[in-house]
Design a protein around this ligand. Sequence first.
Ligand code: M6R
Length: 616
Amino acid sequence: MCGIVGYTGNKPAVNILISGLEKLEYRGYDSAGVALNLNHKITLERAVGRLVNLSVALAKSAAKVELQASTCGIGHTRWATHGGPSEINAHPHLSEGLALVHNGIIENYQVLRKQLESEGYKFNSETDTEVAAHLLNKYLIKENNSPEVALAKLMSKVEGSFAFVATCDRNPEQLLVARRASPLIVGLGEHEFYIASDVTAILEYTRKVIYLEDNDYAVLDKNQIAIYNNGEKVTRDTATIKWDLTQAQRGGFEHFMIKEIFDQPKAINDTLSGRLVASHADFNLLEIAEYAAQIKDLHRIKIVACGTAWHAAQVGKHYFERIARIPCDVEVASEFRYQEPIFQNNDLLICVSQSGETADTLAAIDLIGSQCLTLGITNVLGSSLSRKVKASMLTQAGPEISVASTKAFITQALVMYLLALKFAKVRSQITPEELEKQLSDITLLSSTIHEILQANSEIEALADKYLDYENYFFLGRGVAFPIALEGALKLKEVTYLSAQGYPAGELKHGPIALISPNVVTVAVVQKEEPYFSKTLSNLSEVKARNGKIIVISDAKGREEDLRAIADDLIFVPFINHFITPILTTIPLQVFAYETARKLGREIDCPRNLAKSVTVE
Ligand code: M6R
């Protein structure tokens, strides 16, 4: 996820672009850049790291006068996806007389890059975006098409998701924009237009906006805008924004945590982007392609992580053992780092970390060194973890701002599910039919999470009902156990209530002493046997002691059995047993959030916690 801005009008553009980028910095801050159009010349300035570095570069720039005088320009703040965080990979990207910024992922950029190189275009960066700059140059400048035809041609070539803003030195007041599956809005002023990824960037200048629709493209200068879709000129309604700035940064949500919970269908789609192919016979995990021989020969997997990532790792263990039939164990990184582990060269160490900067997790890689193959699963390209490991897989959850991790968890689980399927294929542990079935099931994940989130009022009512309770157990068996741990962690982090996660069968070995009518047990009950019956029997022990019971389950067909035991029951749809852990997590996230909200907690910055724990 990146942030993009554009301006054409009568005011100095650079200040407007920088102030817009400041509001969008939450979308990524690996690098930032602007391109200003003046007197048929484009001036570019870019800097690695946070936006403040770009401001310093602008202040020192030899072209300071041109930069300040221009009234038309584009800007970008980057969250790296293709190509590490460096100045060369920073946007805007140039293609002789044209500058372009991009938010999204161009899935077929490798094919396009080869074609453009054969036509003589020179590439300076490792990004997917540069192909769009060269393609637009080709259609607009080389082939001399009108801007709208050039944009239409560009859109017919690129696959994936994008929001583009470009400016060409032939027309110093003109902006060219296009979008597909990535957001882009146009702000309307007096003889001026603003472009941005979201309204926060332009709210201080205007409240009148046009939300461009999927596959819209537009050509604008300070006096007019022409919007097109599929070759036809179209009109779009103007909306008036009523939110204040802070509300708008959270997309209208009250907190980042709930925004990120609702971001999850998109996070799943982005993580899958470019991986699945139409037939579902196979899928791309190019990051591990060169290790196929080692994967074939693997004896053992060890996964190391902290907090929520450690819970995701435990879900991963189930995938690796059940799907790929490779022995796998999971360790908390702060424990692992002081052990004397024995590794052999046919072992695999996987480290999972949203930030890729967690000190304990990084220490695991240092401990193992080059004894075996190492794989990092992280949400941040260019993070320390991605640089330390041999192979690195990115979750594409987008920046996670809320301290309580949500979308990182489900995308980590998904990446491990994909890895397990790939390992199973390489090791002939899965039939082509089964692989096809599971890949086609995975395509349902995003829309099913969306469906669950539509019913969030049910969970909100539950949070209301249990608001006076201060002690919780979260129980699960098999793969539902790490989900119970994650449910308990979410609740305690944001509500400060006491919540303990346990394997359901372990309750009778001690913790059951705490069960009373004042204690709530939240049980994750999957329909798969023997887990279903065994968990139900553990819950009867709770019921016999008058404990309150909330059940989250995928076993709609067993409603009667569940109703006999649960005080409250939340169903999630069933797709397959490997997808159930991801789906049952969603109501637990919403329950923690709603309880915290009703208790008036500091949800996005809970007491005593930090987003990234870079110390021991
Ligand atoms: O960035 P990481 O995934 O390595 O962070 C690990 C934990 O610190 C993190 O998951 C933490 O437990 C979250 N606050 C959980 O919501």
